[in-house]
Design a protein around this ligand. Structure first.
Ligand code: 13P
Length: 258
């Protein structure tokens, strides 16, 4: 099986202004060294208003942390008040863009079809999507978790090319584990990620399944990251709350030392 380098991503959600972002990045860069970057790829996903400042600091100090965004529209430009296009993000050296986070699905009514359009636009602009999927507590209790995840993966990735899927990232984020402190057990997280890889294999073949990086997200902390990352189908973490402190995020990046 292909060796997949772990990707540890910090999703800041709607936290920190641009000055706080600059201070955070500097602090994080002091906490990480070349050995850390060699063992894991690292991305941070600040709010849109911080991207320019973050890019300047990362570039000026040659910090090998990838810049990420949390969302984008699919059109290149147009009358879409409040939206940001993939081309605008690419121009700021954004490398990864989250699409279909459960907060966007639940609070802003985003549907699989829109997630799919976003993925195509992100890829078209030369960036890497991180597509989120995961079941709610209600779906889990009704034994619908597997069907829900499979449906999100099938619809979200529809029409993509095999090599595009093999080079992208999917995040399994069970909604009941996000921001609740209730991390999925390593076995449950592994089962969700394995299911995603199986769907990718069924739809796009063995090479795409071997290449796609699958993150787990939902209350990842320094204390639980190592056992999650030890699972065969978990290739990284999408971290919310614990990514807002340089100390805890750097410890998550260095999960092998926990
Ligand atoms: P928490 O790590 O705060 O549970 O958030 C997870 C998440 O939603 C990352 O995208």
């Amino acid at each position: 099986m292909a060796e997949r380098k772990p990707l540890i991503s910090g999703n800041w959600k709607m936290h920190m202004n641009h000055l706080e972002a600059i201070a955070f990045i500097q602090k994080l860069s002091y906490a990480l060294d070349q050995a850390d970057y060699a063992s894991a790829d690292v991305s941070i996903h600040p709010p849109f208003t911080n991207l320019r400042s973050a890019q300047t600091v990362l570039d000026a100090d040659s910090i090998p942390i990838a810049l990420g965004a949390q969302h984008c529209h699919w059109a290149e430009s147009g009358a879409f008040t409040g939206e940001v296009s993939p081309a605008m993000l690419a121009k700021l050296a954004v490398r990864y863009v989250i699409a279909g986070h459960s907060e966007r699905r639940q609070i802003f009514g985003e549907a699989d079809e829109q997630v799919n359009r976003r993925l195509k636009a992100i890829l078209g602009a030369g960036m890497t999507p991180i597509m989120c999927c995961g079941e709610t507590l209600q779906e889990r209790e009704a034994n619908q978790a597997e069907a829900r995840i499979a449906a999100q993966v099938d619809a979200g990735l529809a029409g993509l090319k095999r090599d595009q899927v093999g080079a992208m990232v999917v995040a399994y984020e069970p909604v009941w584990a996000i921001g609740t402190g209730h991390t999925a057990t390593p076995d449950d997280a592994q089962a969700g990620c394995a299911l995603i890889r199986d769907r990718v294999r069924a739809n796009f073949g063995a090479d795409a399944a071997a290449g796609v990086r699958i993150q787990y997200g939902g209350s990842v902390k320094p204390a639980n990251v190592a056992e999650l990352m030890a699972q065969p189908d978990i290739d990284g973490a999408l971290v919310g709350g614990a990514s807002l402190e340089a100390e805890s995020f750097s410890r998550i990046v260095r999960f092998r030392l926990q």
